[in-house]
Design a protein around this ligand. Sequence first.
Ligand SMILES: Nc1nc2c(ncn2[C@@H]2O[C@H](COP(=O)(O)OP(=O)(O)OP(=O)(O)O)[C@@H](O)[C@H]2O)c(=O)[nH]1
Ligand SMILES: [Mg+2]
Length: 583
Amino acid sequence: MATNRADSLFARAEAWITAAAADGFCTPIDAQRLAAIERTASDALFADTENPPLVVAFFGGTGVGKSSLVNRMLDETVSRVGVERPTTHEVTLAIHRDVRLAALPPELPVDRARMAPHASDRWRCVALADMPDVDSADARNLALVRAWLPCVNLLVYVVSPERYRDDIGWRMLQERGARHGWIFVLNRWDEGHAAQREQFAGMLREAGFLNPVLLVTSCRPIDDSTAGKTAPPDEFDRLCAEIQSAAQAGNADAIRRAAESERLRELAAVISGCTARLGAPADWMRVRESCEHRLQNLEVLIAQGLEWPIRAHARLFAQRDANWIPNAQALLPARPALRDAPNEHPPDTTEASTSAATIEREVAGGLATAEGGALQPRIWDAWADAEFATLADAVELEARNLGIQAGPLRRALNDALPGAADLANSEIARALRLGLAGPSGAMRRLISRLLGALVRLLPLAALAVVAYSIVRGYLRAVSGNLGFLDVNFALHSALFVLIAWLLPYSLHRLLRPRLEHIAETAMRNGLRRGLSRVGATLLSALDEVLLRAGQHRESAVELGAEVAAAEPKCDPSAPFLRARRPR
Ligand SMILES: Nc1nc2c(ncn2[C@@H]2O[C@H](COP(=O)(O)OP(=O)(O)OP(=O)(O)O)[C@@H](O)[C@H]2O)c(=O)[nH]1
Ligand SMILES: [Mg+2]
């Protein structure tokens, strides 16, 4: 049951890593780490999964006497003992003839496995596996041992007095300490002495086995050289008793639980490693705040940096504005166009409409910049793009420094950046167009309109006064009362009419908004709006990534909690087990 639950947790972890990898938050290495966790369980070997035999494997260097011990236990030769090294090249699984095997897991190299059924009721609850050595020149032996180890519950680590510091075996003991139950056997004890046992026990304690089951055995065949000598100390019977004890329900369950617990701990470690790289909410908030802050500073910098291109572009309008004659001429064709539309508002004589009309004509007439036209300024340039790319670099670095997997963030920012130029330029163009169409406030437009009317009305009124004076003077002269009007009158009248026109005209010109300034202000406002839209686009790209990371994190935290809850409770002082190391 527990294994089913663990299998489902492994399947969910796999699905989670696949989903997170699709968004760039996990890498193939995470998937490999997950795949590297052992899945095969010893129970998978047997048809009876409720009450399977305990798999006990004899493990160690070449020639230490593994095969000799297995044969001695079963009181028959199931595995060949030899003088050539190594002798054993396959796994011999000695099981009681009543035990039924299941279809063996596909990852097991069954071509190098041999089944040896026996009839010894003493070993009914145990499957004894004689393994090849782990340290000979034949590297395939080590690979075969590694392939079978996930199926093993209890490892009998056999060493000899001269080889108990065996490198490979010792490394595997440290690596797999928590995945199995352990019994240690110093075989060939006829060649050993007491100090070696003490030393080996000390090594085991340092490796985390606080109270290891350590036995000495001697399987030396009786021959001429041993005949008549005192038999060396041999704890073979105790070894058999310890294996029998390990196979009893309580101990066997504890050994299986420890292995399951280790697998789930490894699974939890993989999940928490991935979770850490998704970034805590507080870390993402720091990245976001820093991005906002950088954007504010950058908006100021870009506004300053693009001031010159804005002024340069605005000068296009100054060229047309400086010469009043072309503007005055420009007024004329603007009117018929408005007259053609009788249902619309009366012709607007304000400077605003005339300026807009002038610019439209200029654009239509080819007064266009190389980049696109007076009304389509390309103010945003490569420098501004580079500044935003630098901002993206800084935000990415900040995320990385906080341990966040920054790939998805970088990609999202990269996707958003190329649109900045179009966004900003279109805002500038829009602001320019609208600015030219309605350049000033309502009061200023009213004054401008009044002055425009006065430019026409005051000279007419002055002319009327002059005409009245001329008629009156003439009538008086004809009736003989007074002389005819003289040159002084003509001169003063001309000056009077001139002043009546010049005064409102000068005021009108003085108060009229200048095209260059209108264009500059409009483009500045447009750039400001463009920058805030670019900033908003970048922030929303960041938010999107932040949201996805948060969702993946939530599922990972939930999964991690389930894995922790599923981890079987183990007694660290249980026999055969290595004391657990802190997480
Ligand atoms: N002196 C002595 N010789 C032993 C003892 N046990 C086994 N031998 C001998 O050591 C040699 C190797 O024994 P094996 O049982 O084949 O050793 P193994 O660990 O299975 O070796 P590989 O299959 O090569 O890994 C044989 O010649 C055995 O007779 C022992 O306790 N004392
Ligand atoms: Mg052997």
